[in-house]
Design a protein around this ligand. Sequence first.
Ligand SMILES: *Cc1c(COP(=O)(O)O)cnc(C)c1O
Length: 426
Amino acid sequence: MSSYSIETKCVQSGYTPKNGEPRVLPIVQSTTFKYASTEQMGRLFDLAESGYFYTRLANPTNDSVAAKICDLEGGVAAMLTSSGQSASFYAIFNLCSSGDHVVSSSSVYGGTYNLFAVTMKRMGIDFTFVSPHASAEELNAAFRPETKAVFGETIANPALSVLDIEKFAHAAHEHGVPLIIDNTFATPINCRPFEWGADVVIHSTTKYMDGHATNVGGCIVDGGRFDWDSHAEKFPGLTSPDDSYHGVTYTKQFGSAAFIMKAMAQLMRDLGSIQAPMNSFLLNMGLETLHLRVPRHCENALKVAKFLADDSRISWVRYPGLTEDSEYALAQKYLPNGSCGVLSFGVKGGRDAAVRFMDSLKLAAIVTHVADCRTCVLHPASHTHRQMNDEELQNAGVTPDLIRFSVGIEGSADIIADIDQALSAI
Ligand SMILES: *Cc1c(COP(=O)(O)O)cnc(C)c1O
């Protein structure tokens, strides 16, 4: 499908039925697959022949959906995971062991920050967090001899900073390591990080890709361009025999798909965070309209952001699509067709006014989610950060008045009218 437009890929990539087969991607709801001979099953285990034998390692429904996301991003291989969290974990753990180090943007999803700074640190993997706007010198200073990867988010959740992907890719490659990008908020409709030098892309498919808030999931896509063998001493897991898998050397046997094949054969085998085929079927339904929904999210969000920017009841607005926003220049470069549907703002009157605003909304729902088709809203000071007092909130970069607003694909006039009446109710 690689010569088709991204719109056609959203609808049709990943599954091409043969004569008489179902037109719609079938849900292969089977843990296992039958073979006629012991010998053939043995070859499958050796990875000498490709074929399905156990859904934890591979499943036809999951593979079709992974192939679609791979095609959308312009990668060479992809694997679905049970959540965005497991995609982030696998992407790093596929390269790092105890004693290794990663340079990460400090502006990342809270769950990712916790995974890196607390849980993976307990596993002996150390992270240095740098500003997404770090200079080349600041970036270079963060590297160590044991650094194995660089990590960042195209558009950070919830900070909404835009990463200078080319700058981060350059720094990573100067130090002989890959750049891993979490492209959840931008989606491949608005940005394809491989085109800017990224080596691995991950997603929480829970957000825009599913788009309907029906299933938690993740995906890892391999860009296939990082030359592991030229940095063999840094990546022995990819470039030397894997004793746990019949002595296979991933770069020798799988070439440019080595990264994903190792993640599947080793990490998915041992850790098992596979996506359920039923969920990947639902994810595929979402992907079929991704190219229609994402532009509408952006269009609506820009209208809401402009309304808020002109309203005297608002103290500040953050949206990369606003010309006065600090991220506007980077957004123009990396996201010329639109950024995302999420914005944040503060209401005059601080925490109490924010709570009254939230409680007065009728169309926008208070939920712990972002980036689905229904407009939703979260007040970090009352929800995700509720244990903190105002001073602690300021230190965490979350102001007491901050409202995170995820603009859906309803009529923009209705969304704005809802905000307007809730502001009047304060
Ligand atoms: C939600 C999110 C994640 C975590 O994904 P889950 O599917 O909730 O596990 C990771 N990165 C970003 C940018 C997210 O928004």
